[in-house]
Each structure stands twice: as C-alpha cells, then as structure tokens.
Design a protein around this ligand. Sequence first.
Ligand code: AHR
Length: 631
Amino acid sequence: MSKRYFVTALLAILVLSLRLAAQGPSLVIQVDHPTAKVSPMLYGLMTEEINFSYDGGLYAELVRDRAIGQDRRALTHWTMVARGNSMVNISVDSQTGPSTALPRSLKVSVTAATETSPAGVQNDGYWGIPVRPQTTYSGSFYAKTDSAGTPVTVSLVNDQTGATAASTTVTALTGEWKQYTFTLKTGQVPVRANNHLILTIPHPATVWFNLVSLFPPTYHNRIHGNRIDLMEKLAAMHPAFLRFPGGNYLEGDHISERFEWKKTIGPWVDRPTHPSPWRYHSSDGMGLLEFLEWCEDLKMEPVLAVYAGYSMRQEHVDPGPALEPYIQDALDEIEYVTGGTDTKWGAERARDGHPAPFKLTYVEIGNEDWFDRSGSYDGRYAQYYKEIKPRYPDLQLIATAPIKSMKPDVLDEHFYMSAEKSLSDANHYDKTDRNGPKIFVGEWATREGSPTPNLQSALGDAAWMTGMERNSDLIIMASYAPLFVNVNPGGMQWETDLIGYDALTSYGSPSYWAQVLFNRHLGTEVVASTLADAGPRVYTSVTRDEKARKLFIKVVNATSEVRPISITLDGAGKVKRAAMLYTLSGKTPNATNTIANPEALVPVEHKIETAGPKFEQRFEPYSINVMELSY
Ligand code: AHR
C-alpha cells in the first residue's frame, strides 16, 4: 500500500472510531418484535446426595448415622458416655436389629451405673447439633433391652459447658424391638451449634438401639421434613422444577449401589440405606416420596431421573433381556409418582401417606451416559423409550448423551466452566440447529471460588444465563449444580456449590443471587435487541411479559469499568419513566459471601425515574443488572 493510501485509511479508521466513541455503547430493543418464547420451565434445581446435601443439609435430621445399617462397622459418630463410676461398652451387634432391612444395631452394655451416675451413648450430629431457645424437637428410636423396665434418658447437652438444653425420659423398654417417640423442649438457652445428643441408662442393663432420630421444626411443619432456612432460600429462586436424584448419586459407583427407589420409600425401618458415590453413606431419609413432597412444597415439577443400566465404574447392563428388570423398575417408579390409587404403585404411594398423584412431564434416562465406554447407551435409551412411550405418550424422555438411532425428545448437556469460558461461550447456543432435540442444560456452573462461587463466577454464570435466555426456545430447562455444600471441614466433595451452610446458618453465593435476579424477572418472550460498541465482557438479554406490559433488560458488566449504555426502546409505545434496577456488584471479582459474612454481596434495588423510549443507564463495574420497565 502506498504511503498516501495508508494515511487515508488510517484517517478513515480514526474518524470512524471517533464517531463510534462519540456514539458510545448502545442497546437498541425492538419491544414489539418477539423472537422466541421464553420457556416457563427455564430455571430449576438439580440435586443429589453430595457435599452433605440432604444428610447434614436440607433433610433436617440432626442425628448422624441414625441407621445402624448393613455396612455400619465403625461407630464414628457414636461414642460412649460414662458418668462418675459408671461403666459401659458400645459396639455394633450384627445378630439383632429392628427389621430385615436393618438387621444390626447399636449395642450399649452398661455394667455399672446409678441414677446420679448413668451411662450410655452420645451422637455428635453433623458437625454439632444446633439448639435454639423455646423450640420443640421431635425424636424417636427403636430399642429393646435384656432388662425389662429399663428407662432411657435423652438429653441435648452442650459440648463445652456440659449444660443440658433439654431432657426427657422414655420409660419401660421391653425385650422386643419397638419404636419409642419423645419430644425435647428447650427453654431460654443460647443459640448454639456445639451440642450433642445423649442417651443414658441409670442401672446395669444392655440396650440395643437403631434409628435414633431428632428433628427440629421443619418447613411447612412436615414430619421429618426439610430445614426451614434452606427451603426459604430455594423458594426465593422460584424454581420451576427439581431434577433428582442425580447426578452420580443416581448411578452409584457400582450397579449394586445405584439409587434403588423401592428401598427409599415407606417407614425408615424398611429402608436399608446405601453407600453414595460421594464417599459417605446415605440414610435414604430423603427418599422418592420426600423428593416429591419437596417439589410439592416449592411448587416445582419433578424431573425424574431413572436408573438406566450404567454405573460409574464402567459397569453397564446390555440392552436386551438383561435390561428389562431395570426398565420395569422405572415403569413402577413412574407409576408410583403418577398412578391413581387403583394402580399397584399408586396405592403404595397412598399407603406411604400421599394419595394424590404428582404431575410428571419429564423423565431422564440415566445420567451422563457419555461416560459409558461400552457404547451401550444408544440401545439402552431406545429400549427405555420403546417401553415407556406407548404407556405414557405425554412424557418427554430426556437422553443424557447424543443418540444416533433416533431423535430423543430432549438432550441433557452439562457445562462446568472457568469464568473465562462461560463469558467467552455465552453465545454457545445462538447458532444451534433448531431441528434437533430440545436441550436441557441439566448441570452447569462457573467454578471459581470455594466452597461457593465468587463474584467472578457469578459474572460468568450471569453471562451464560443471558445466552440460555436468548435461546430459550431451544433450551427448555437449565439447572445449576451442585446446589448445596456443608461448609464444615470434610463437608465438601465437589468445589463451587451454590448455597453454603453449617448446622445453624446458611448463605447464598453471588451466583445464587444472580439466579434469584434472573428468574424473578424471566418474562415470557425474548425480544429482538442489538448491543453495539459496548466492548468485550458486556452481555445482555431482553425479555418481555406482554400481559403485564413489563420489559426485563439484563446487563452483565464483567469489566472493571462503569459502562454507560444508551438504551432505545423501539415499538414500545408509551414507556413509564419509573423503573427498577436490581444490581449485584462488588469491588473485585474475588469478592464473595461466606458463612461468616453471608451478605457481603446481595442485590441492591434502585428506583429510576428517567426511563423512556431513549435513555442512558450506567452499569457498575463487575455488576449483574436487571432492569424492570413498564410500557
Ligand atoms: O454435580 C456434580 C457431578 O457432576 C454430578 O453428580 C455428575 O452428574 C457430574 O459429573
């Protein structure tokens, strides 16, 4: 290029850049031009037993290892108590238990004890047993004794001070296995997590125990229900569905360790419990019916994952006759969820306390079957489809890996990303072929921050969500994973989890708040919008709710600078000047919430009085914003 042309080109570029700079970043929205429907089921929850999500988490049971099950050998959370000169020995007795499912027990042999120096056993809970003032705790245990008439005193005692917060005595045990219930009422005690539960006996005797249990008040006062603070946090997310029971927890490490739903229903004494792939044993207190009742409490639709013949240590069941019993199990499970009381499994559900069937639209066949190196998934999915679809034509059957032999109803895709990846890949679905299956993003997360995501992750998540929203004609559902983590040492098996807690309190991560903001302002249709000259790391999605005449503008500013954006609303007619801006932001991308500082970052509401067909709005550095306008 000659010098003259080079200078001319340089000048042209300069003039254009100056013009663009003068114009500044802009977002032009065609309010009257919807481009797609927003899936009303877009945001939901994914859950499994990981990070002490249920035991030691949502499921409000306070006693750890309550079931002395088949593979309970060590009594890690049970220790002996001997006051004064009393003497006691505790062990696992594999000769006697309260049921066929639980054929073992905790044997407490007291050889010396008095009323003032009793002896027995104690449980340390899930990193302590939380105690609150003026609270009633409901408890129970199965027991038998070699000395009829033996009483058992149950007390909540502080680990450090030895102060008793509440106590009661269950009288007259017999020689037969029987369940006993009791309540513990606290008075004006301080709120503390460092308590344990003690069961003591005032004279020499042997007592066998199993299923020792203690529950605090629960959400909606469900018997053996869920923790109130965690359910309230979930309710604030307005989730449309719950995908359960996994994840890897569905599959198990081995076929024999899969989630066998039939072993998770009915009285606890009929639930043998099972090892979870996340290196601890599940009580199965959160069984199939409890999952469904959790859905009921939060008005979510169940997305039921059924075991499909693959477990994580590369064990699989070949398609064909060998797979039939597993398919029958899935059919029975669907009947348990949806069947009338005139069906075998619907009647079983009624016996378990829930006569009304549950609404079910989505059934997922397996989990992450792309890991199955045998290549059997295509055949397995097709066989499940062939058996389920004719019986339940309205069910949508989700595949967990691409299928070549047929088009699945829905395909589940998972994304665990760095912040850089979720930001740079926020357009992931913009060009995806609309003739393929609908997509369920059944697991996704930006994984920066531990145990819970920091603001950097939340920015990545929010950018990623703008992409899912824009494409929600294709992406019918999406759920972040994992949902929960117990933040105590040893509580976490998977880093970067949405909501953290200990025995007493809980908090939402910045990513949690990003989801609350997005889902509360979902809208019903995507509208056309063009973002120009905003530079990299700025993301938007715009939806409207035509009935409510509301427009929702989401702007993610993942840069370190304020971004003023000129916003034009074309085709809106009259736009009200009063609008709302909800912002989650922080000073640095590393900013985060913790159990000690749970609300360092929470959304802030601003009233705006300057909205209109064309207006300017500034967006803070490192910020996730939702504007709600009326037109
Ligand atoms: O969310 C944690 C795990 O990640 C899930 O159990 C599994 O499906 C995925 O690999």
